[in-house]
Ligand binder design. Structure first.
Ligand code: GLY
Length: 388
């Protein structure tokens, strides 16, 4: 398949082959459309699919300065004028206060059951808007228009929505599937490099958990994705979404299989809690370091060959992603016990038992609760010393 893809790339056919996916969830099924320049056609696309209901766009200043005008123009061309609700930039925006503000403005503007709520932004905007859509009038349609690589390959797909509360991240929310995911790869041009790399960690994740041939493709083409090659980006996003769609279709509410999407996240979340969500450590960076730790743990448990572990870690390092905890600013004062404690507070802990997503080969993830604390401790210690 990938050999064929490379051939097609040379004649430019790949764009048509890899720009549309369907996620099949019975009455909650929807399309994911991936196109360079899609924002300038968003109005037409939405009119074609949903007619001309009232449109509300939730966004933040990071994205509105670059992309809001052309998005609005695409609606004006259809004779539609969307109402824009701008929220502050940053993780703390995912709060009850902002949720209430959005709902208040929707109701004041006479939102109705046919209205469409568009989330134009990264994961924060997508999660908050998705949740507002889930609860306003007991559910109005939400269109995800993700603008970071991370949200394009992960958070905009699969229906997880929610906000953060005092007790932790994403602890209040719902599974609420969008009615469409519209991905414009062009917006990656204005995404800061560091964010692009952080999102790329989630792309690598898909290869590691479920698709060895995709991992091989990334080994060959990953640099192109990071350098802004349109076709490579489109294919990487398409394949990531395809893999995520397969997993979500099999286990929408994360009873079991969907948990493999959290590869690297049990370690990663502990790092994020310790770092304090202030921008010092991006989610994707935490996932990158967490994946390396999960790979090492898989190897130490005898489930993964040294050769596969070495290959996977070497790729993550060579592409320029962080691999060790000691690369995080301020981590010199961190210790394994503190990090293990954070892991125990993760919402994915079941009956007090830590659960890990590990791999037994590249592309073969599995879930286990059968890991001794000492093994976890050893991996954390190694990463703290910068030896991974
Ligand atoms: N980001 C993990 C999931 O959607 O399940």
């Amino acid at each position: 398949m990938f050999g064929r893809l490379l051939l097609l790339e040379t004649v430019g056919v790949v764009v048509n082959e890899h720009n549309k996916l369907r996620i099949n969830l019975k009455e909650n099924s929807y399309d994911i459309i991936i196109e360079h320049g899609l924002l300038s056609n968003l109005g037409a696309l939405i009119s074609e699919k949903f007619g001309k209901p009232k449109i509300f766009i939730v966004t933040d200043n990071n994205i509105s300065v670059h992309w809001l005008e052309q998005t609005i123009e695409s609606f004006s061309a259809q004779g539609v004028s969307p109402k824009v609700l701008e929220v502050p930039v940053g993780e703390s925006t995912k709060s009850f206060i902002n949720l209430e503000k959005i709902i208040d403005q929707l109701l004041e503007s006479k939102v109705d059951r046919n209205s469409l709520l568009i989330a134009l932004g990264g994961g924060v905007i997508g999660d908050l808007t998705g949740f507002a859509g889930a609860v306003t009038l007991r559910g109005i349609k939400v269109i995800q228009v993700p603008t970071t690589l991370l949200s394009q390959v992960d958070s905009s797909v699969g229906g997880k929505t929610g906000i953060n509360v005092r007790q932790g991240k994403n602890l209040v929310g719902s599974f609420y599937q969008p009615s469409l995911v519209a991905v414009d790869t062009q917006v990656l041009k204005t995404l800061p490099q560091r964010q692009l790399f952080a999102g790329y960690a989630e792309v690598v994740k898909y290869g590691l958990i479920k698709d060895c041939s995709f991992f091989e493709w990334l080994e060959l083409n990953g640099k192109k994705v990071l350098e802004g090659d349109k076709l490579a980006q489109q294919f990487a996003i398409f394949t990531s979404c395809r893999i995520k769609a397969e997993i979500v279709e099999a286990d929408e509410k994360e009873q079991n299989l969907r948990a493999i999407l959290n590869f690297g996240h049990t370690f990663g979340h502990a790092l994020e809690v310790e770092a304090g969500y202030d921008g010092n450590l991006l989610h994707g960076e935490a996932v990158s370091i967490g994946m390396v730790m999960a790979i090492e743990l898989s190897k130490n448990l005898g489930h993964l060959s040294g050769q596969d572990a070495g290959r996977a870690i070497e790729y993550i390092r060579s592409i320029g992603l962080p691999t060790n905890i000691n690369s995080i600013e301020g981590s010199t004062s961190w210790n394994p016990d503190g990090l293990i404690q954070h892991m125990q507070h993760d919402k994915k802990v079941s009956n007090g038992q830590l659960r890990f997503v590990l791999i037994k080969g590249i592309g073969e993830a599995y879930l286990t609760a059968d890991v001794e604390k000492k093994q976890v401790y050893n991996v954390i210690e190694k990463s703290l010393s910068g030896d991974l």
